[in-house]
Design a protein around this ligand. Sequence first.
Ligand SMILES: Cc1cc2nc3c(=O)[nH]c(=O)nc-3n(C[C@H](O)[C@H](O)[C@H](O)COP(=O)(O)OP(=O)(O)OC[C@H]3O[C@@H](n4cnc5c(N)ncnc54)[C@H](O)[C@@H]3O)c2cc1C
Length: 475
Amino acid sequence: MSLTTEPGGGSAYTRGAGMGTAIEELRGRVNGEVITPSDGAYDEARKVYNGMIDKRPAAVVRCTGPSDVAAVIGVARDEGLDLSVRGGGHSAPGFGTNDGGIVADLSPLQTVVVDADARTARAGGGCTWAVFNDATNAHGLATTGGIIGSTGIAGLTLGGGIGYLARKYGLSCDNLLSAEVVTADGQVVTASEKEYDDLFWALRGGGGNFGVVTSFEYRLHPVAEIYGGPIAYPVDRADEVLRFYREYIAEAPEELGGFVGFHLAPPLPFLPEEWHFKNVCLAVPCWAGPLDQGEKMIKPFLDVVEPVGAHVGQMPYPALNTAFDPLLPPGLQAYWKASFEREITDGAIAVHTDHGAKVPSIQTAVHLYPIDGAVQRVGAQDTAFAYRDVGFSPVIAGMWEDPADNERNIAWVRSYYDALQPYAAEGGYINFMDGDDQGRIEDNYKGNYRRLAEVKAKYDPGNLFHLNQNIRPAS
Ligand SMILES: Cc1cc2nc3c(=O)[nH]c(=O)nc-3n(C[C@H](O)[C@H](O)[C@H](O)COP(=O)(O)OP(=O)(O)OC[C@H]3O[C@@H](n4cnc5c(N)ncnc54)[C@H](O)[C@@H]3O)c2cc1C
């Protein structure tokens, strides 16, 4: 047993004293809360967004900055504990918690500092898109982020980041300028094109494999208000909607983003009551160009098939990005599958219309996101995100309330996914994959996998950061 001081990890602690002592000593070493099974807050703290995940870590540490993170890393490494890194907690497989290990929960790190002149923003590693978008919108600025406000900027950006603005401004990771990272040896470094450029390359699509990001610096763009919103169609007309969509989006200016998909109609005022909870095809176009062109750009969506209902108009960008949050509270059961599609072929449309018409719950979402335009102008080897040549990223996001429905709903997600395979590219977007997709990670990174494994070996040779879509260190 020896007293030691971690780089950036605060005061000395008793290395090798055992897990219990190491965790108890953390209470005096970190600024954030250390929550263990004997604490009243434990049952809330161990939860992640996916209610199916019921795990009991030895401690959840609410990290308030890089030194807290370094202290947690030191204990996990020295005591041989599993380490979960939690940003917004949205990972479908529930990587943000574990059994018997330790959780670095970054949720206290929510500060967003906007430099309006430079059009950049620096945001804490536990920030959500709702917080980020509100802060940048105050300056009439935005960057590509997720379509739900409660999703963490961290996991989403590190895996790639698909959202309404991607066709015009690229993925979230394409807008990353630098990241403050605590590495597996407890050092705090800033990774950018200029410093630690190998690490910076890997962070842009490689997920949480390389260190804990305590702050992200993004490029911002002049987007304050958008024109768009949800349009629901009778599900038996989905075939026409999808055919229209694939043609329209292919030619549309890049300021047009948004997705098509399948849902049960939510009980919202813009939809007639007789349609509530019925299967619908849904489009959510978002025009982020000159607002006086918005109506003209969205009109074809309203004309293609007579909608069941639509709630389309001019609104602040953050309003669209939080519009569906009330439908998706934390604690839902979740099981997701995803692959990429080069194009929406007639065969794929047949699968989507067949399976999409049977969406089984009000929270389940099937979305087809376009990822062309600016996303494809970044080279496949320029960042870790390798799939720069596919047109669409479909996700079958199964979510529901009652655990009694798990078997039936998981079976529906899997059968939909299996039926799409003849039309899918290999691999799939890691942020839309589930826990049983580890075997597909290498395919997802295509030619970049070897380089990622080498960067992993350099920054995390012991695979401390393994509770993620894992890239193993090259040997
Ligand atoms: C309701 C919902 C909507 C979504 N919408 C979109 C969308 O529009 N676009 C899209 O691209 N994706 C979307 N996703 C998927 C989302 O990108 C992933 O779930 C992502 O992992 C969420 O990030 P998080 O920080 O909330 O998750 P967490 O569960 O906290 O983190 C996931 C993983 O990321 C890593 N990680 C998290 N924080 C850090 C950090 N600070 N430093 C290092 N590693 C870290 C860890 O490996 C962790 O296990 C959505 C997910 C949900 C549940």
